[in-house]
Design a protein. Structure first.
Length: 141
């Protein structure tokens, strides 16, 4: 299969459209979080410092440093990370755990050798590690 045909198949699968939609929604969500931090959270933090926190700047030798804006970005990142964690990662992990619990535990395929305690197949007649003779569990003789 050529590179061009693989690309066309990738485009047709719908993954690209889903990714584009997720990207646009993510950008919109980021804009909302940025506004929330700049318009609500930062002024609340500024109350404790008795100044407009987002406007805190330091001028050193003609270079303008904006620690208030940097803290805004950190707060925005933490909010976005928390939302992603609590609304996407945790629910998916819980769904996976429920799915595994519903499937039950698989039957064991190995056991411990009674002599050396190495893991050997259930149907083994001899341990591959210590070569001691063992009785098969499955009854395949």
């Amino acid at each position: 299969m050529g590179l061009w045909s693989e690309f066309k198949e990738f485009i047709r699968k719908g993954d690209v459209i889903a990714l584009a939609v997720a990207f646009v929604i993510g950008l919109a969500f980021n804009a909302v979080v940025q506004a929330f931090v700049a318009d609500l959270v930062t002024p609340l933090i500024g109350v404790f410092f008795h100044s407009n926190f987002s406007a805190i700047t330091v001028n050193i030798n003609g270079s303008l440093f904006m620690p208030g804006d940097f803290v805004n970005k950190i707060i925005s990142f933490l909010i976005v990370a928390a939302v992603v964690f609590f609304l996407i990662v945790k629910p998916l992990a819980m769904m996976e755990a429920r799915k595994k619990a519903a499937q039950g535990t698989p039957a064991p395929t190995s056991r411990a050798c009674p002599e050396c305690l190495s893991q050997i197949p259930l149907a083994a007649r001899r341990c591959s590690f210590c070569t001691s003779t063992v009785t098969p569990v499955t009854g395949n003789e």
